[in-house]
Design a protein. Structure first.
Length: 316
């Protein structure tokens, strides 16, 4: 059996997606421009949305399960007065149109209070969430009734500003899995006017901000892969800031880790560890992989790490 050809490029590429294309369209553009098949992303953007899409390239695709957990920030515009079946501007109008009014400070405060912190959110019927192995929007387009269960979501920050009687600007910072479309719909339900999401921009994923992204046009028109890899937007695998602690180990321990063996690290080198859990294992500027802290011995001042994902390639 032939072995998979090693990826030439391994890292993250922040891209600014324009409205219109799907997230998979952007992945296809990157595959052509970078001449690399192993490319994924850390969270879908709907076609009507724009903003930050974080691409995982090469071996970095194996980190997706961890990077998907990064929190995200959005800025959107909600149209008050009527709702749609998709909860956004691309859907069919549902129900009657109501003339909205200027919101009072108390009304805005109550909305912020209601939709902040932890609460149950109902996903849109037209969404990529799967039920019984099928995406909800596929079932909805076939006219099939599906029982949707609410999901617990977490909103860290919510700011609302009414531009005029018909438009409400929403800025929200949330954990992964949150639907801004559902927020727009629920705001309309709470006010009794109906509402839908008119525009959406993702402005941040974890530590990465939209200002750091390469434009979609620049990505598509890149003359060669090197012009992207050597540019200011590329983050090499070893430089990726991960959402959990890291430890730097010596070459001997690094060789053991790469071969799937547990390693013991002096606690003085890992004082940030208080609980068991995932840890990024590095050797200098190289990210060897992800390990799991399985024991912490205070008296012996050591921690034991078991490999759970090895990213470094073994030398032949």
């Amino acid at each position: 059996m032939s072995r998979r050809r090693p990826s030439r490029w391994n890292g993250l590429l922040p891209v600014y997606k324009k409205t219109g294309p799907t997230s998979h369209d952007i992945v296809d553009i990157a595959r052509r421009s970078l001449k690399e098949r192993r490319i994924g992303h850390t969270g879908t953007l709907d076609p009507m949305a724009e903003g930050l899409l974080l691409l995982c390239v090469g071996r970095t695709t194996r980190l997706q399960q961890y990077l998907l957990k990064w929190d995200k920030a959005y800025r959107g515009r909600v149209r008050l007065g009527w709702e749609t079946d998709t909860y956004d501007a691309e859907g069919e109008r549902v129900g009657n149109t109501v003339q909205p009014e200027t919101l009072s400070h108390d009304q805005i405060y109550e909305l912020v209070e209601k939709f902040s912190g932890s609460f149950d959110q109902m996903p849109p019927v037209y969404s990529a969430k799967k039920v019984g192995g099928k995406k909800l929007y596929e079932l909805a387009r076939k006219g099939q009734d599906v029982e949707i269960t609410p999901k617990k979501v977490q909103v860290h920050s919510l700011r609302l500003h009414q531009e005029d009687t018909e438009n409400l600007v929403v800025e929200v910072e949330t954990e992964s899995g949150f639907y801004v479309r559902s927020l727009a719909h629920d705001i309309g339900q709470e006010l009794g006017w109906g509402a839908h999401l008119r525009r959406l921009e993702r402005t941040r994923i974890g530590p990465f901000r939209v200002e750091e992204a390469i434009s979609q046009d620049e990505l598509e028109k890149a003359p060669n892969p090197e012009s992207i890899i050597e540019g200011p937007h590329w983050i090499p695998l070893g430089k990726i800031p991960l959402p959990f602690p890291s430890v730097d180990i010596n070459p001997t321990a690094g060789a053991r880790f790469i071969h799937g063996q547990e390693v013991v690290v002096l606690r003085s080198e890992a004082e940030i560890f208080e609980d068991k859990g995932p840890v990024a294992v590095r050797k200098g500027d190289e990210l060897l992989g992800i390990g799991e802290v399985i024991s912490i011995i205070a008296r012996g001042r050591t921690i034991t790490i078991r490999p759970s994902l090895v990213l470094a390639e073994q030398s032949s």
